[in-house]
Design a binder for this molecule. Structure first.
Ligand SMILES: Cc1ncc(C[n+]2csc(CCOP(=O)(O)OP(=O)(O)O)c2C)c(N)n1
Ligand code: SF4
Length: 248
């Protein structure tokens, strides 16, 4: 029989706990495939965050370390400095990275740490029940913004990729989405390039992935993909903000 699809060796056999239609699973698959294709799975060390991907250490088939809220880039910095020969990555949600962990990611980028960060932006705190995140859109409802986020109360949503792209030590910055097959392919390319940035010793690399949270958005998986497209993509434009080839 012809094998048409095989699960990546970069993933364990554990069944994930993600809600139906949640795109965390797609992003895990892409990261795992890239680690295998680059031949670095055996030397990879991932750092899991708090949030729905807190159990990522059960899903990636490489060494993993858990980090407290937002501290993944700091933990990854320590690991990479002690073991520069390893490929070190963080996997973080927007509550984790763009809220309590803002300082950690900004300063890791600033120091040009040779780590790769996968930043899953689903515009809400998923795991803890749908509180407002710095990335929650204007008008978007959250348990802590029941009437919808307003600029007066919370400011405009934080654009992490644009912000990090201003920092010299950030050598690769790209925003992608996993809302359709074409964008999923582009997301994989960006994730690969972000790992290549580290492998070539260039500096800090981050891929922001626009992702869904059907559960806390109160939408079906299909409607959630459409909501991402109609609402998140106009505010968070996809594209490359920084590439190490173009850096002086
Ligand atoms: C040190 C610490 N502070 C706060 C929390 C509570 N907490 C757990 S998950 C989470 C939100 C994470 O949301 P996000 O990073 O957006 O990930 P998602 O669940 O949406 O994937 C919070 C505030 C915690 N677990 N640990
Ligand atoms: S709560 Fe949201 S982010 Fe978390 S697993 Fe469910 S759909 Fe995904």
């Amino acid at each position: 029989m012809t094998i048409v699809y095989e699960k990546s060796k970069g993933l364990t056999d554990a069944q994930t706990h993600y809600c139906p239609g949640c795109t965390h699973g797609i992003i895990h698959k892409l990261v795992a495939e890239v680690l295998v294709e680059l031949g670095v799975l055996n030397e990879a060390i991932g750092v899991a965050p708090v949030g729905c991907s807190v159990l990522a250490y059960n899903y990636f088939n490489c060494d993993m370390q858990e980090a407290a809220h937002g501290r993944a880039p700091a933990v990854a910095t320590g690991i990479k400095r002690v073991r520069p020969e390893n490929t070190v990555f963080t996997y973080q949600g927007d509550g984790d990275l763009a809220s309590i962990g803002t300082a950690e990611v900004v300063h890791s980028a600033h120091r040009g740490e040779k780590i790769t960060t996968i930043f899953v932006n689903n515009a809400i705190y998923g795991m803890t029940g749908g509180q407002m995140a710095p990335t929650t859109l204007i008008g978007q409802k959250a348990t802590t913004a029941p009437l919808g986020r307003t600029i007066e109360h919370s400011g405009k949503p934080l654009k992490i990729s644009e912000m990090l792209a201003t920092i010299d030590g950030a050598k690769f910055v790209e925003r992608v989405a996993v809302n359709n097959p074409a964008n999923i392919r582009k997301a994989k390319k960006a994730i690969k390039r972000a790992f290549e940035c580290q492998i070539q010793g260039k500096g800090f690399a981050i891929v922001e992935v626009l992702s869904t949270c059907p559960t806390n958005w109160g939408k079906t998986p299909v409607d959630a993909l459409k909501w991402l497209e109609d609402n998140m993509m106009p505010y968070y434009p996809l594209g490359n903000f920084r590439d190490f080839e173009e850096d002086k």
